[in-house]
Ligand binder design. Structure first.
Ligand code: GDP
Ligand code: PGA
Ligand code: MN
Length: 604
């Protein structure tokens, strides 16, 4: 079976054929399916997923061609403690990643992979991150034994026959990516709705540009084009080739005077990227269009500016909290259908529901498969439940999305979730100071990764779980981008915090569409029009520089949102110091200088 399927393969690309043959030999699937990306194939996949109980079709009148899925409760998020950067040399992995010798890891994983696809089909997914028409298209082949992953990859990445044909024509290099849920089936053994394994490994081999994933079906662990390729592997490529692979949304902001600015923003997982990317401004005359909600690949263009593209093709958004008020553009996108909803609640009329959505159903089935009512003590949906939906369905997709050159970025925002300390917005003094702000970014942990929620940790550039090499070297790469280029053409760097709380625990800032007021201040700063006060941490808006027309916020509340408390910031210093010490000689000396400067200004 295996040999014939390979001889009838729809490509003559020897590298791909060898990769498929080698993995099939190791994992022993019953069949091999070369993905075309066609509608017929989607029908086949979704029908198969319905037959195993993985997918429940939603009412086509409500959400056409859309499906509900519930995972095994042990497989709901990224597993950072099971994620490895297996560089040849341990020192290239750095103190923020898990490491194992690549040979040792491969031996271990070959043991897990041996026969692991028995009773299943191996799907061959040819995909490209970014545009097929890019100067150098960024190809990958994901081999997976999961139809759920295959269907999701069709939403999240450009894939299928046209990609394979181009790879064959170019005899192109590609990132080989292996994925297995780690649950072979004996002859006659019935499948479960969500196959996975207690043992999980999410492994990147940076020198080989290869990805091996085992045991999980969750997006961030299994859709290997996304976090594994477009961030971990791409960050290594970017270091070697002088560009940036970042955990950033990209948006286009048009002022009432029709001035266009492009903004990229890095926030840790479940800290507001998808929402900001699709923001509906509350200030009259301003318009936001979206280019991407999670990943930006950025290069210096011939004009000296930093140009960004979104390598993805879909949104993989946090469902809870998404509604007509917070994110109307996401709602319109998912209501068009062609979407997969995982770990939300299923209603009796064949729709989905989650915490924060309008009109709670009287009865539903929770993500755990249990009866749920609004009086239930348990949540209907997992806090990291997700919608997976095509970006091309988004009404506010910027036309530049289709341009392989991308867009020139005017501002970069770093941000996280902090109940205290960090003001709503402030501006870095220059690129190096901005790199310092990124390198010391802190945020409370969220349900997007397995582990405790709400714990403050340093999450540099929102890339802590995604830097494919030594984080100290990564900071140095950022510093070098500033040094090697004309600083006046680089984006200005800002820091934001939508999540500061008052004494009662309420949010000081209303967030969501109101964040357009912050974006307005940002672009006015770039154009030298908006007022700011210089504080020890950077330039903070004066209370009247921020447009609060029509906003129901008291002067005290606004002042509290913008307040820079020297004592709170002094308390950060030892934490930053301890953080920087981790990186030893790899930490760029200028970042120590920045820390000294901050200390001096706080004490001055
Ligand atoms: P991403 O994972 O970084 O893309 O984050 P999302 O945009 O999906 O948001 C994660 C969670 O944060 C969701 O529950 C949102 O409703 C919530 N969120 C996003 N933006 C804001 C905001 O401006 N204010 C508040 N309070 N919550 C927000
Ligand atoms: P996000 O990504 O939370 O940054 O959108 C998904 C993930 O962490 O797997
Ligand atoms: Mn997101």
């Amino acid at each position: 079976m295996t040999a014939t399927t390979i001889s009838s393969a729809p490509t003559t690309h020897q590298g791909i054929l060898d990769f498929v043959a080698e993995v099939a030999e190791m994992t022993q699937p019953d069949a091999i399916h070369w993905c075309t990306g066609s509608d017929e194939e989607w029908e086949l996949l979704t029908a198969a997923l319905e037959s195993t109980g993985t997918f429940t079709r939603l009412d086509p009148k409500i959400k056409p061609n859309s499906f509900y899925a519930a995972s095994d409760p042990i497989d709901v998020a990224r597993v950072e403690d099971r994620t490895y950067i297996c560089s040849v040399d341990e020192k290239d992995c750095g103190p923020t990643n898990n490491w194992m010798d690549p040979g040792q890891m491969k031996d271990l994983m070959r043991g897990l992979y041996a026969g692991c696809m028995k009773g299943r089909t191996m799907y061959v997914i040819p995909f490209v991150m970014g545009h097929l028409e890019a100067e150098k298209p960024m190809f990958g082949i994901e081999l997976t034994d999961s139809a759920y992953v295959t269907a999701s990859m069709r939403v999240m990445a450009r894939m299928g026959t046209h990609v394979l044909e181009r790879m064959t024509e170019l005899d192109a290099e590609f990132v080989p990516a292996i994925h297995s849920v780690g649950m072979p089936l004996e002859p006659g053994q019935a499948d479960v709705a969500w196959p996975c394994n207690d043992t999980k490994y999410i492994v990147q081999f940076p020198e080989e540009r290869a990805i091996w994933s085992y045991g999980s079906g969750y997006g961030g662990n299994a859709l290997l084009g996304k976090k594994c390729y477009a961030l971990r592997i791409a960050s290594v490529m970017a270091r070697d080739e002088g560009w940036l692979a970042e955990h950033m949304l990209i948006l286009k902001l048009t002022s009432p005077q029709n001035v266009v600015k492009y903004v990229a923003a890095a926030f840790p997982s479940a800290c507001g990227k998808t929402n900001l990317a699709m923001l509906q401004p509350t200030i009259p005359g301003w318009k936001v269009e979206t280019l991407g909600d999670d990943i930006a690949w950025m290069r210096i263009g011939d004009d000296g500016r930093l140009w960004a593209v979104n390598p993805e093709y879909g949104f993989f958004g946090v469902a809870p909290g998404t509604n007509e008020h917070t994110n109307p553009n996401a709602m319109t996108t998912i209501n068009k259908g062609n979407s997969v909803f995982t770990n939300v609640a299923l209603t009796e009329d064949g729709d989905v529901w989650w915490e924060g959505l309008e009109n709670p159903p009287a009865k539903a089935t929770s993500w755990k498969g249990e009866p749920w009512t609004p009086d239930s003590d348990e949540l209907s949906s997992h806090p990291n439940s997700r919608y997976c939906t095509p970006i091309t369905q988004c009404d506010i997709l910027a036309p530049e999305y289709d341009d392989p050159r991308g867009v020139p970025i005017d501002a970069i925002l770093f941000g996280g979730r902090r109940k205290t300390t960090v003001p709503l917005v402030f501006e870095a003094r220059d690129w190096t100071h901005g790199t310092f702000l990124g390198a010391t970014l802190s945020s409370e942990t969220t349900a997007a990764a397995v582990g405790a929620v709400g714990v403050v940790r340093r999450d540099p550039m929102a890339m802590l779980p995604f830097i494919g090499y030594h984080a100290g070297d990564y900071f140095n790469h950022w510093i070098n981008v500033g040094k090697d280029n004309d600083a006046s053409k680089l984006p200005k760097i800002f820091y934001v915090n939508w999540f500061r709380r008052d004494d009662e625990g309420g949010f000081l800032w209303p967030g969501f569409g109101e964040n357009s007021r912050v974006l307005k201040w940002v672009v006015e700063r770039i154009d030298g029009q908006a007022a700011a006060v210089e504080t020890p941490i950077g330039h903070v808006p004066t209370t009247d520089a921020l447009d609060t027309d029509g906003l129901d916020i008291s002067d005290e509340q606004l002042a509290a949102a913008l307040h820079v408390d020297a004592d709170e910031w002094r308390a950060e210093i030892p934490q930053i110091q301890e953080w920087f010490e981790k990186f030893g000689a790899h930490l760029p000396a200028v970042l120590w200088t920045e820390l000294d400067g901050l200390k001096a200004r706080l004490d001055g």
